[in-house]
Design a protein around this ligand. Sequence first.
Ligand code: ZN
Length: 344
Amino acid sequence: MSYAGSNPGPFDPSDPFGPPRPRRSPLRRPLTVTLAALVPGALLGWLAYEALGGTGSGGADGPGAGAGAAPSVLSSPANGADSGHGADGADGAGGVSGDGKTGVGTSTASASAPAGSGATSLQGRVVVIDPGHNPTNYRHTADINRKVDIGTNLKECDTTGTSTNSGYSEAEFTLDVAHRLRALLQQQGATVRLTQDADRPYGPCVDERARIGNAAHADAVVSIHADGAGAGQRGFHVILPGTVHEGAADTRAIVAPSKDLGKLIAGDFSRATGTSPSNYVGDGTGLVTREDLGGLNLSTVPKVFIECGNMRDTKDAALLTSGAWRQKAAQGISEGIVSFLHGS
Ligand code: ZN
């Protein structure tokens, strides 16, 4: 099935929260009243997105992942990374499988923390933020092209990432959002570690990015990215680990908690930023499951990627290059993480 020329499904605000999460405690049930308050927020976000022309052409005129090689939810990973800029192959919009069973909505009222939460409510919790790529990867092509073992196969150590048409790089974007996200989580008392902070010439390689989260015994890991898809392809999506058990990769224990984490982040990201789920992958859910990303395959702790928008679409790029919008993005991701940690 091609997404080219198809409009995204409507972001149904009437059922954004899906089935109750099993990990939800009785303590949180009275908070469901807050969920109703979030629904208008999600609706407003969608309406705002629509007003901005969110239902674009579906990438019919886009390069790479656009008309000629429109990503399909049924396509194989071999078709992925059409843009050639994908971090760990994540940014190419291909090789994905839509998760039609789960909506973007969340089952937790992120704005309402359980009793006892405060500035130190995440004391002792560890969050690893993985800013995709590295601002100077492009100077080290031989190093980043070196193959590393991701369990299922060999893959490039890292990639340069994409950029907006005006030259704002994905690596710059991911670091900025990571810094904002770190500050927000530290305000909650969390221990936060970044996999890189432009403090090394290139990388880390995708396998090392995973190992950093594992070694930190992170309660949650989020890899920050922005996509390099075709013009007209818009919106965010969260990438969840698929079930992989091969070589050094064994995601069986993290698939379920990572899905919880991803759904919470997707819902809060949509509300905080006022943007809609991707109109080119994920079938309107904002959620995509992949088994070809080393950063997910090799993780032993709950982990997701988020592609915050499409840098190659001018409307999305206008958001991604706005510091105010990036703060909203960090806020949404933070709220999703906080909700996940409070529920786990
Ligand atoms: Zn990326």
